[in-house]
Design a protein around this ligand. Structure first.
Ligand SMILES: *Cc1c(COP(=O)(O)O)cnc(C)c1O
Length: 360
């Protein structure tokens, strides 16, 4: 039985060709391809300044550091996310303060966020989970009132938008990831997107040992550079992002129509969801449902089975009811652009059979 994968990066002839071109050029580290990738990615984010780095986690880390966030600061983050969101905050010396989600969108709840603000709060770091933009109109409003920075973890949401405004352009800084399972990939890689040019310059320094001119190290930095090999892949992928996102949306709409209506993901009006994941919610028997899908050749996953505040690495003694419930109930099924008509039919048919068997 052929297995339908949950994620499947699309790497074609063009990607292989551009990688060969870079390999032949001999310019393997950060060079002209990275520069071009930054410029081209900028079109996706309202022409904001872009700084390419070696992973999405590095992008978040640099985003926070270049905003001057560190020891003594609190950063509001969701707990229903990948650990990288909070890891990046902790690695700056700041404290991640976990905030509950809106159970309908799985994104940070503006009301919960408002209540978590203290005199030490410096920033709100939102995640656009599963490719659905967070409630940016309200969150930006709160940030303005309380003079807080807004950082967007857009690792799962390349090309998502609210009306005509793309994610990555609502806050002061944003981070994207190009890990192979994301909506576009470079292998490993990330992009930091800045509202402000000075902060972007700081990020360029942090990326490269704190230097712009060789051996003239202005600040303490790291090596977070992207290679030209990875950037060349990214440039190629970027050409197809819109088309792939449209395919994800078509697949999502198709699945939503065929399965029990109440299970389809909720999308607020004017929100352009890019379906990094197609996530349903099962009030019970989630794990049985998952096992049945797997044994019928349909890969699926739980994002995320544990709230970040409950991970051994954090162990924060708070109760976030909507987050904790979601960890027990969510299940993501394949929606990626490589799915064929046949795959979609198999997914929905199998899904409905299992659903009927388990819930009657
Ligand atoms: C993937 C991801 C990251 C980290 O990106 P990497 O490229 O894997 O380092 C951060 N936040 C979220 C929400 C992610 O999904």
């Amino acid at each position: 039985m052929r297995k339908i994968q949950l994620a499947s990066p699309i790497i074609g002839r063009q990607e292989r060709k551009v990688v060969m071109r870079v390999l032949k050029s001999g310019n393997l580290a950060q060079g002209p391809e990275v520069k071009a990738f930054e410029n081209e990615f900028s079109n996706l984010v309202g022409n904001r300044e872009c700084v390419a780095v070696n992973s999405g986690t590095s992008a978040l880390h640099v985003a926070l550091l270049s905003m001057g966030i560190g020891q003594g600061d609190e950063v509001l983050v969701p707990s229903f996310t990948f650990a990288a969101t909070a890891n990046a905050v902790s690695l700056t010396g700041a404290k991640p303060v976990f905030v509950d989600i809106d159970p309908l969108t799985y994104n940070m709840d503006p009301r919960a966020l408002n209540q978590a603000i203290t005199p030490k709060t410096r920033a709100i770091q939102v995640v656009h989970l599963y490719g659905l933009p967070a409630n940016m109109p309200e969150i930006v409003q709160i940030a303005k009132q309380k003079s807080l920075l807004v950082i967007e973890d857009a690792a799962q949401a390349h090309g998502a938008r609210i009306k005509d405004q793309s994610v990555g352009t609502f806050g002061d800084v944003a981070a994207f990831s190009f890990y192979p399972t994301k909506n576009m990939t470079t292998g490993e890689g990330g992009m930091v997107v800045f509202k402000d040019g000075d902060a972007a310059r700081t990020a360029r320094l942090l990326r490269n040992q704190g230097m712009e001119v060789r051996y003239h190290n202005e600040i303490i930095g790291l090596n977070l550079r992207m290679t030209d090999i990875h950037a060349a892949i990214g440039r190629q992928q970027l050409k197809f992002l819109k088309q792939w996102n449209e395919k994800r949306r078509d697949n999502a709409n198709h699945i939503s129509e065929k399965i029990n209506r109440n299970l389809a993901p909720f999308v607020p009006e004017d929100f352009y969801h890019v379906y990094h994941q197609f996530t349903i919610r099962l009030s019970n028997k989630r794990d049985e449902f998952s096992r049945e899908l797997t044994s019928n050749g349909i890969s699926n996953g739980v994002y995320y089975p544990k709230a970040v505040h409950n991970l051994p690495s954090f162990q924060v003694n708070i109760h976030l009811p909507h987050t904790e419930l979601a960890t027990q109930q969510v299940l993501s099924i394949p929606v990626h652009p490589k799915l064929t008509k046949f795959d979609l039919k198999k997914i929905t048919k199998t899904f409905n059979t299992i659903y009927k068997n388990l819930y009657g």
